[in-house]
Design a protein around this ligand. Structure first.
Ligand code: 13P
Ligand code: SF4
Length: 334
């Protein structure tokens, strides 16, 4: 059964696209299967609200990798994108790691190809390579320490002053770290299509209309957006800021999925998604994150497909850089 599903559907579409009985209560079915199969559902903040609401854990890239490393479930179903599911597989190689749509990529990870990066690295012998977690397993294997937006500043600060650093692949996060820490870094020229879409002009127009609104931004945004931001941080940091802050209106410059948790945590506050440059598109939605649906989660749990599989040797070469990040984060209580 499973093999034929794989042949008929996975190869063609990247997910199990079998129609399902419309009378089924998907949430009840998912709950039943996750118990029966000892599966845990991990979801990123950029997922649709209804997916975040059924997840066992909702979080940012760091939190999700910490959960994957610690879980005793047999199956990890990752409602997120490939690099996150790959990270989970590398940290928990004995578990079955499933992703509801194998096409859930990441434009930032795609902006750093392993062959090009290996050549780039050769130009800087003796440099320590710090890479953002939004990278393929091959890039992680070429990296000394992985970081996420939650721990990037602390990881860079933890390195001795004289250490020379390559930072990859996000130029905006790299430039932001450089400006805060004063550390010289060689920065790979990559970016995320969602975070480079925000319009400074339209954000400032919104700010003019809502004098008390604060601008909060993910460090993957371009410098002009970060300059006007009242708070800059990872998805968790942005969420926590809106919970603790005394203000009541926020213009949120990151993928719109995070607004779900912000509204849940502070229903009396007002959250405005930062507008993109092109007013006709929903470009502040990550098209890859939004490939995941409840129906695909149901089919994935049922057929246990698509599964993340990586060569043992690649996992072994990539693991050290992620484990180093988790150890530093643990030590710094991040
Ligand atoms: P966080 O680690 O802040 O959740 O960011 C992940 C991501 O993909 C940002 O685009
Ligand atoms: Fe990648 Fe950007 Fe989507 Fe984050 S929002 S997963 S960086 S494409």
């Amino acid at each position: 059964m499973m093999n034929s599903v794989k042949k008929l559907n996975i190869d063609r579409a990247g997910f199990v696209d079998l129609e399902i009985d419309k009378s089924l209560n998907l949430v009840e079915e998912i709950n039943r299967m996750r118990k029966e199969k000892s599966a845990v559902i991990l979801a990123h903040f950029y997922q649709e609200g209804e997916i975040q609401d059924i997840a066992d854990f909702v979080g940012d890239s760091l939190g999700l990798s910490q959960q994957a490393a610690a879980t005793d479930a047999d199956i990890i179903l990752f409602a997120g994108v490939n690099f996150m599911a790959e990270t989970a597989k590398i940290l928990a190689p004995g578990k079955k790691v499933l992703i509801p749509d194998i096409n859930a990529g990441c434009s930032l990870a795609d902006s750093c190809l392993p062959a090009d990066f290996a050549k780039f690295k050769e130009k800087y012998p003796g440099y320590t390579v710090i890479s953002y977690v939004n990278t393929t397993a091959e890039i992680k294997a070429l990296t000394d320490i992985i970081c996420t937006s939650t721990n990037a500043l602390e990881i860079i600060k933890s390195l001795p002053e004289e250490e020379k650093i390559i930072f990859a692949p996000d130029r905006n996060l790299g430039n932001y770290i450089q400006s805060v820490t004063g550390r010289e870094m060689v920065i790979w020229d990559g970016a995320c299509h969602v975070h480079e879409e925000f319009s400074l002009e339209r954000i400032l127009e919104l700010k003019n209309e809502n004098a008390k609104a604060q601008i909060i931004a993910h460090p993957e945004c371009e410098k002009p957006i970060l300059i006007v931001a009242d708070h800059i941080g990872s998805t968790t940091s942005l969420l926590n800021y809106t919970i603790k802050d005394k203000g009541d209106t926020y213009i949120v410059a990151t993928e719109s999925g995070i607004l779900h948790q912000m509204r849940k945590a502070s229903p009396h506050k007002n959250f405005i998604p930062a507008p993109p440059k092109d007013s006709t598109c929903a470009c502040n939605d990550c098209k890859y994150m939004k490939l995941i649906s409840l129906k695909k989660i149901y089919n994935t749990l049922k057929y246990e497909l698509p599964e993340i599989t990586l060569e043992q040797d690649l996992m072994d070469r990539a693991r050290g850089s992620i484990v180093r990040m988790l150890e530093i984060s643990d030590r710094l209580k991040l």
